[in-house]
Design a protein around this ligand. Structure first.
Ligand SMILES: [Cu+2]
Length: 155
């Protein structure tokens, strides 16, 4: 009986730590050989006002938070210091919008792989916590070719 209680307590603790920000539909775009960067996409919903301040992944030397904006009719992306996650509001990271940029890739990211991504979020109280995400790799497609978040842009 005691053992069951401890198992349950450990489970409750684990979910409590992760409950701050829910991650849905995480995925990473597959790369071709020699490609040095790609994007990670997901939907984030924070319980309380939170800010995504950093990310890291073992597959990339550098990981940045990017946004895409239209500049003179051309989609450009740039690194931003953080992304606000308002309480209860789903924030989409998707091609053509915000994304987690995996730069300086250590190897090809292939369809069928799973890429671990660690998100660092900060609450209004300044406390940081990390969220571990396992993002499956999805294939490139024709529509993605024009999208700079696929790594076509040189960093
Ligand atoms: Cu980018």
């Amino acid at each position: 009986m005691k053992r069951i209680f401890f198992a349950f307590a450990a489970l409750a603790l684990a979910t409590a730590v992760q409950a701050q920000v829910a991650v849905k539909d995480a995925w990473v775009r597959a790369t071709v050989p020699q490609q040095k960067a790609t994007g990670a996409f997901m939907q984030l919903t924070a319980e309380k006002d939170t800010r995504l301040v950093a990310a890291r992944s073992p597959v990339a030397g550098v990981v940045e938070i990017h946004e895409m904006t239209m500049v003179d009719n051309v989609m450009k992306m740039r690194a931003i210091p953080g992304l606000d996650l308002p309480a209860g509001k789903a924030v989409e990271l998707k091609p053509g919008g915000y994304h987690v940029m995996l730069i300086d890739l250590k190897g090809q990211v292939k369809e069928g792989d799973t890429v671990p991504v660690t998100l660092v979020v900060q609450g209004k109280d300044g406390k940081r916590e990390t969220i571990e995400v396992k993002a499956p790799v999805r294939p490139l497609n024709a529509a993605a070719q024009k999208d700079p978040s696929q790594g076509g842009m040189k960093h």
